[in-house]
Design a protein around this ligand. Structure first.
Ligand SMILES: [Zn+2]
Length: 89
């Protein structure tokens, strides 16, 4: 199912960003240093870099937010109401 493929991509991006965070945590020189995370929006193959400090990234995750480039929308909203399947009468 294409929907599942899209969801998989979003989860993969979250995992990639976690790897970036781990690498950054090992190499960060100053707390204000910015790292390029990947946009987790609904656009397939977006991969827009999102520059965040580790503190900013941690704050987003703490609030359950996605890493998003400016004006990009989270995949979970763009996918629409998943709990409303079309019913055959
Ligand atoms: Zn994006």
């Amino acid at each position: 199912m294409p929907e599942h493929a899209d969801r998989g991509i979003e989860e993969l991006l979250v995992e990639v960003n976690e790897v970036i965070r781990e690498i950054a945590a090992k190499h960060v020189v100053s707390a204000g240093e910015h790292w390029d995370f990947l946009c987790e929006c609904s656009i397939r193959g977006c991969l827009e870099p999102v520059s965040l400090t580790l503190a900013e990234y941690a704050a987003l995750r703490a609030e359950g937010e996605s890493v998003l480039a400016r004006d990009h929308r989270p995949a979970r909203l763009a996918m629409g109401p998943a709990a409303a399947p079309a019913r055959a009468a």
